[in-house]
Structures are given as C-alpha cells and as structure tokens.
Design a protein around this ligand. Structure first.
Ligand SMILES: Nc1nc2c(ncn2[C@@H]2O[C@H](COP(=O)(O)OP(=O)(O)OP(=O)(O)O)[C@@H](O)[C@H]2O)c(=O)[nH]1
Ligand SMILES: [Mg+2]
Length: 272
C-alpha cells in the first residue's frame, strides 16, 4: 500500500505553515490521522505537533554562525545537507510511517528552491521511490489578486515549480478571509487568457504587448494555472481543498466516494 504526502510550497509568508496547522486541526476534528513534517530549518515555533523536524538534523542558526553565511545562503546549505542525508537520517525518520500514512511537508519559502535548485526535486524523487503518492500544494497569498501584474508573476512562479517537480499540482489562494471583497475572485481562480491579456495590456506600456500575449498564451496552454480558494476560518473551505488534494493522490480510493461539498460549479478547479 502506498503512503501519501503533500509538499506544501510557495513564497515566503504565503501561509504554508498556517495551512499545515489548519489541515492538521481539521483532520483531528474529523478523526483522521495526518503527520506534519517540518522541512524549514529557519522555523522557530509551530502551532502543530511536529512529527519529523529538519532542525534535528541541521539548524539555520548554526550554519549561519559557523559558515558565516547569510539567511538565504544558509538555507540553501541546510537543504543541500538534507539532500545528502536522505538515505540515512531522513530514511530512518520515515521508517515510522508505513502503509497508508499521510504526511504533510511544511517547506521553506525561498523561491530559489522552486525555480532552479534541484533539492526538492531530489527529495520528491526519493519519496516516490519509497512508494509515496505526492502532491505539490502551492500556496499563493490572495493579495496577489489585487493587481494583475502581481498575479501573473505568482502564476509564473507556480508554473516554474510545477515544471521542476513534475507532480500532481494544486494551487491554493490563501488568506481569502483578508480579501476586502470577493467580487472579482472568480476570474483569478480560473483565469481566462483573453481577459488576463486585456488587463495586462491596460496596466503596462505598449512595448510589453507581445510579452503579455506570450504570458497569457502560456497560462492558457498549460490550462493548469487555476486556484482553489482557502479561507481558514471556514471548515468547509479547508475540507474542499483537502478533498481535491486527496483526489490528486488517490487517497481513500477504497473508501466510499466523498461528497464534493462546497464546490458550487461541480467542476474540479484543481491545477494538475
Ligand atoms: N488572516 C489570515 N492570516 C494568515 C493566513 N495564513 C497565514 N496567515 C498569516 O500570515 C503570516 C505568514 O503565515 P505563515 O503560515 O507563517 O506563512 P509561511 O508560508 O509558512 O511563511 P514562511 O515559512 O516564512 O515562508 C502569519 O502571520 C500568519 O498568521 C490566513 O489564511 N488568514
Ligand atoms: Mg512556514
């Protein structure tokens, strides 16, 4: 039997750890077991019980002090150290989690990790060899929908992670509770390339028209850049996101089919 994993990624401060905490609590309330793994060597405190903690292997503070590295260089060093220790330290930690266990990996927010540094890809490949079904959960702060140019840059960062990791990929728009209005939200959840292009052209100088066209086509071609809204103040919203992810990794396939509550259109909306 496989094991299951979510790799929770996305820019710094996008709400990854908060998401992990809320999914953990939600699962507790519905009597479902999940384990949260901290992969952020810079994290200082957690609102969820940490099942495995990278800081027991290496801490950012020590690396910065001993190797005289800054926070970003130090983080990369820590992650590469984890990569070197996948077969021993990490493999030992994973031994406790067997058939059907469900792990949620809370990752650091450095964007380099998702664009051009291969550590997470190596990590994911190892999880797959250990028979994990893995899904990338890309968190984007909903403040990105306040401006179409920000939004397109968020989409590109997510696409870059998707191309690098080659995993089932779900984009989540976090912090929906902080949006002053949800009126225009739909057009960002499931973007229409032509509308996007119109908005981009309106905001940017004419010399960017061809670039905008290419970006809009890219979003359209992949037809994968869509987002699930997450309002952590609403249990149904958490369950909605979780059920899409479960579906992507075929969790609970043998169980009774789950009702897709909170999905007014009845469509998938997932980005993979
Ligand atoms: N209101 C609200 N605040 C949120 C939500 N998600 C995160 N936050 C706040 O946003 C800040 C950053 O959240 P984190 O969960 O630490 O974000 P992160 O992605 O783990 O950040 P890094 O690990 O530093 O990359 C914290 O102050 C959270 O309380 C949300 O859904 N709603
Ligand atoms: Mg975090």
């Amino acid at each position: 039997m496989p094991r299951y994993a979510q790799l929770v990624i996305g820019p710094a401060g996008s709400g990854k750890s908060t998401y992990c905490q809320n999914v953990y609590q939600h699962c507790q309330s519905i009597k479902r077991t999940v384990h949260v793994v901290n992969l952020d060597p810079a994290a200082d405190h957690f609102e969820y019980p940490v099942s495995v903690d990278i800081r027991e292997l290496i801490s950012l503070e020590d690396v910065m002090e001993e190797l005289k590295l800054g926070p970003n260089g130090g983080l990369i060093y820590c992650m590469e150290y984890l990569e070197e220790n996948l077969e021993d330290w990490f493999s030992e930690q994973m031994e406790d989690y067997i058939d059907d266990d469900y792990l949620i990996f809370d990752c650091p927010g450095q964007i380099e990790l998702y664009s051009h540094i291969p550590v997470l890809r190596t990590f994911v490949d190892q999880l797959k060899r250990w028979d994990f079904n893995v899904c990338a959960v890309y968190m984007l702060d909903s403040q990105f929908v306040s401006d179409v140019t920000k939004y397109i840059s968020g989409c590109m960062a997510s696409l870059s992670a998707m191309v690098q990791l080659e995993l089932p990929h779900i984009n989540v728009l976090s912090k929906i509770d902080l949006l002053p209005s949800k009126r225009d939200l739909d057009k960002f959840l499931d973007p229409d390339a032509r509308l996007l292009l119109g908005d981009l052209n309106q905001q940017m100088a004419p010399r960017f028209a061809r670039l905008n066209q290419a970006l809009a086509e890219l979003v359209d071609d992949y037809s994968m850049v869509n987002f699930l809204p997450l309002d952590i103040t609403d249990e149904d919203s958490i369950q909605f996101v979780l059920s899409h992810i479960d579906n992507a990794i075929q969790y609970g396939e043998d169980a009774e089919p789950k009702a897709r509550d909170h999905d007014p259109d009845g469509d998938d909306g997932g980005g993979f």
